[in-house]
Design a protein around this ligand. Structure first.
Ligand code: BEZ
Length: 211
């Protein structure tokens, strides 16, 4: 069954390169990014795992744990992680889940049989501290993901959870944000006494309140 935004992220217990993971317990009170890989010892996945390891401090800064998944066993993961270190110049610094029986892949609908009936697609789930799914992405095996974009979305999700704003196209932390339509001008005057930039009555910008 497909996982939709707002659903509770399914819990699971699985082996990983960092031992047994009880997913919800492992998340604790923070956020998580769970992302899948079609298979071990594949080129695109090798570059993606290296890229995430290099960005780990950025995820840490945002209070977000990262965890990968590939439908092979821990032995293969360990051997592959040595290749990742050798070729990408960085050690795997987060757990890589083993899912040889595709239990997690099934729970998270990561296998799309019309694309490939055994390999997982490149799924991404951003999950908040209430274990609710806040973002899903599905990429084909042939296209590596942009993890800087995932950090950008996390910045938007965290900001828009705390303030009645939305973020415009290509927004990055620190840039102007949009006052959501549900906020009337009367409410907006109280919240933003310094005013706002109004391009249309429904298109009102204010500075990023966290800048
Ligand atoms: C890759 O990670 O490079 C890959 C995996 C499965 C199919 C095609 C590419």
């Amino acid at each position: 069954m497909a996982i939709r935004l707002g659903d509770t992220a399914p819990d699971f217990t699985a082996q990983s390169t960092e031992g047994e993971v009880h997913f919800h317990e492992w998340m604790g009170d923070g956020w998580a990014v769970l992302f899948s890989h079609p298979k071990d010892f594949t080129p695109v996945c090798t570059t993606e795992l290296g890229a995430v390891a290099k960005l780990k401090a950025e995820f840490d800064k945002r209070g977000v744990k990262v965890i990968g998944l590939s439908v092979d066993g821990v032995r293969d993961h360990e051997s592959w992680s040595r290749d990742i270190e050798e070729t990408q110049g960085v050690k795997l610094n987060f757990p890589l889940l083993a899912d040889p029986d595709r239990v997690i892949a099934d729970k998270y609908d990561m296998i799309h049989p019309n694309a490939n009936d055994t390999l997982t697609v490149r799924s991404v789930f951003v999950i908040d501290s209430a274990k609710k799914v806040r973002l899903t992405l599905t990429y084909p095996a042939s296209t590596g993901r942009n993890f800087t974009e995932i950090l950008r979305v996390i910045d938007s999700l965290k900001l828009t959870s705390e303030h009645k704003v939305a973020t415009p196209v290509n927004w990055k932390h620190g840039e102007d944000v949009i006052i959501v339509p549900a906020v009337t001008n009367e409410e907006a005057k109280k919240k933003y006494p310094q005013g706002w930039r109004e391009e249309k009555p429904y298109l009102r910008f204010v500075p990023d309140p966290t800048k």
